[in-house]
Design a protein around this ligand. Structure first.
Ligand code: MN
Length: 131
């Protein structure tokens, strides 16, 4: 293959309770060259963040125990994570959902179901985001 495509680098923390979504997103982003760290249990997210200090957080919104809005607000209480962009992933198409995620401290919004063609483009854009 002689695709004119640069190998991407950087670490992405993906907080998501759904196995199929994690598998899909990991496959797509690892193929781009990113390191993907999966967090299936939102209660473990803060600890994983401290361990790994990723370049980007992908945040599922609908999760048991803590939803993505609440978890984002919790992460934003830690100044040491302030520079890390958080991107919400949600299937909710309710009006005000985008606003709600931004209000909680997210920097962007990716709509589910995941589009494997546009996901790398969106992630690349957010990786370059400076908070
Ligand atoms: Mn979920």
């Amino acid at each position: 293959m002689f695709l004119d495509q640069e190998e991407k680098s950087g670490t992405i923390l993906y907080i998501e309770d759904n196995d199929a979504n994690r598998l899909l997103v990991r496959r797509v982003l690892m193929a781009e060259g990113y390191t993907v760290i999966e967090v299936p249990n939102p209660l473990e997210a803060i600890g994983k963040l401290k361990q790994t200090m990723p370049n980007l957080i992908l945040m599922d919104i609908n999760m048991p125990d803590i939803d993505g809005y609440t978890l984002t607000a919790m992460i934003r209480e830690h100044p040491e994570f302030d520079h890390i962009p958080i991107i919400a992933l949600t299937a909710n198409v309710m009006k005000g959902d985008k606003e709600k995620s931004l209000e909680a401290g997210c920097d962007g919004y990716i709509q589910k179901p995941i589009d494997i063609d546009t996901l790398p483009i969106q992630v690349d854009k957010y990786m370059k985001l400076k908070r």
